[in-house]
Design a protein around this ligand. Sequence first.
Ligand SMILES: Nc1nc2c(ncn2[C@@H]2O[C@H](COP(=O)(O)OP(=O)(O)OP(=O)(O)O)[C@@H](O)[C@H]2O)c(=O)[nH]1
Ligand SMILES: [Mg+2]
Length: 271
Amino acid sequence: MANPLIALVGRPNVGKSTFFNKVVGRKLSITEDRPGVTRDRLYADANWRGKYFTMVDTGGLELKSEDVMWREIAKQADVAIDTADVILFFTDGRDGLHPSDYDVADILRRSHKPVILVVNKIDDYSPEKVYEFYSLGLGEPFAVSAEHSQGIGDVLDEAISYFPQTTIEPVPSLKIAVVGKPNAGKSSLVNRILGSERSIVTPMAGTTRDAIDTLFYRGDKAYTIIDTAGIRKKKNVDDDVEYYSNMRAFDAVRRSDVCVLVVDTIGLEVS
Ligand SMILES: Nc1nc2c(ncn2[C@@H]2O[C@H](COP(=O)(O)OP(=O)(O)OP(=O)(O)O)[C@@H](O)[C@H]2O)c(=O)[nH]1
Ligand SMILES: [Mg+2]
């Protein structure tokens, strides 16, 4: 039986990945002060008060946008919503209630799953900032500062209260990291192995930003396959996001038991 799944969902740049990193206790997910940093789904196991669960970080939702990238991000978030046992709906208390929050609220209501409304970036305890969020019609908002680790425990207490009574510890699995240069076909290979569209695959280089762990079974054996961002030589890395996604890829290599190196035989080039 798999762990209960908690999904983090909300519009871009509200602090989902910051919260995710605090809960899993590692800087797994890339955080930056701009929208659209998280693009795939990022899974990690954690426990709270002895209850084990898996948490999934998703990319921010821009539901009104026709842009391909935002639509791909929304597709990934949809899978997380569909498979979640509990959803943490993230909003930004510093910016205040945003029209897009209503769009996300509509989607979450339609999922008929337990939804916990989180108002993040309440760094100085100022409860008045959360009142307007009652109008989303999703019950009591939880004031949180992910950055300063405030209010996280209350949210997790509420989340685990929705778990089924019997939960078990995570299964040990063989960890396989799939690594290679950008656009070598790593996500395509991973998706083919998993038999479903688990990562965003586009012909554009650099669409996987994070190292994505997926647990799967073959026969009675458990495996974790880790899809990573393409690695380039340090001298060619020119932005922060690529720098950090490269670090995630190296971290995946370190924590794996086996590495699969994917080479593009058509586009062989020295970079
Ligand atoms: N002041 C303050 N800033 C925060 C807090 N939580 C996150 N931030 C900042 O908000 C920015 C966005 O945070 P992320 O965690 O990357 O946001 P996200 O929702 O994952 O963004 P996308 O992946 O683009 O959807 C970063 O600059 C964070 O440092 C908080 O509690 N207080
Ligand atoms: Mg993010």
